[in-house]
Design a binder for this molecule. Sequence first.
Ligand code: UN1
Length: 514
Amino acid sequence: MNPQTISPAAAPASSARAGSASRAYLNLIGGRWVPAKSGKTTENKNPARPDDLIGTFPDSGLDDVNDAVRAAQAAFASWRLVPAPRRAEVILRAAEILRERKEELARAMTREMGKVLAETRGDVQEAIDMAYYIGAEGRRLFGVTVPSELPNKFAMSIRQPLGVCGLITPWNFPMAIPSWKIFPALVSGNTVVIKPATDTPASAHHLVEILAEAGAPEGVVNIVHGGGNAVGVPLTTHPDVKMISFTGSSEVGKAIAERCGPTLKRVSLELGGKNAQIVMEDADLDLALEGALWGAFGTTGQRCTATSRLIVARPVHDEMVRRLAERASQLRLGDGLEPESEVGPVINTGARDRIHSYVQIGQKEGAKLVAGGSAADEGSLGQGAFYRPTIFDGVTPTMTIAREEIFGPVLSVLTVDSLEEAIRVLNDTPYGLSSSIYTRDVNRAMRAVRDIEAGITYVNGPTIGAEVQLPFGGVKETGNGHREGGPTVIDAFTEWKSVYIDYSGKLQKAQIDR
Ligand code: UN1
């Protein structure tokens, strides 16, 4: 392919817009929309209404992965030579299409994933934000120029793409997270094969379809639907895949890192969290209450950044817990497409049952249930995967519900007697993604910013709500040191090359000629 001619991948023949009908979705490989080679498909249904079939998706395997990697590898030869500002134009065009279709895409995402419409609009908005942010990066991709120690010699470092990147994305931000990975990969000159979560394949499909429409050349963006073992594993072990970017659980992240070891692939991991919000006795309690409700029960508690622990100073504990329990019990559960719904279903009935088993463990270990604690089954909720916003009081740092990521609407309240104890309790977890402190005392806020072990700390804001132009990621078992978002995401998707240009016309010996 001539790098000067960007011919868009063909759109699918049956390109029904993201709507309410059920549809047969396909993989995109080398610019062609194709079924799984085996011909097998799987169904995906609405978690609020299990009789609502969203569509059938290819149940792909090794052969499909191999085809996709081959197509991506072939496309890399010319995509890497397209000037970065022109690569970025594809992403900026995608931003325009996303903006035009935001409402329709959000509705399709709520139908597929369950979270309420305001939040799926936010999810599409996050993809739009990332497209504009990273699109502009096409005219930066800064390297560094430094002086050489020798005369008449020039030294600089430039960024180079890695090659084919394998992207494995979760269901909780079905468009935002694919966009965090696909856009920076492409602007840097890589080609991609994405395997989206099996619970949210349509949202990732819509993003990929938009990129094709925006002019991504054949083979630059490929999507292969299917399960972790059948598609994810061959992608991570494929010798021609140079990098894996994964968002999901720490358990799966560790398995992926091991599989990537033998081929020394770069692996960028965005994993679990056990995020906490501290509320000091001098905090604005109304604000802290709103923050905790949004952080714990927004997205039905299914964010990596969700608040799953509330660490409260003893003097304000009783008031905080009483008001929180009251407000949590009043939250309206329902189909996210209904305007009055405040909390949607969890992703599927398996997740609902797993969340409930944590609640049972919490009760057995002696925590005090003050709100929720069961699946919601009144009226039409009984058909869907709904779980009541749940709060445990009297939680101690060693209890299971204070330690393990539950990934659902369950908040554990712990009580402390000082800022030092609050920070110690907050840090007492294997994870380190997001954190928050509510205080009016700047000295306490600054000590928390310094001493909390987490990739993100909010002061007087909840643990959720990261913006795309800042690094996103965590410490300890939340990741392996890479960051998404911000200028840092480019580091994950590029290799540095140092270039020395000697214009002295003679052999000069570094470290020796002085
Ligand atoms: C996630 O839960 O994996 O900061 C991502 C937030 C969102 C992104 C969450 N902007 O809560």
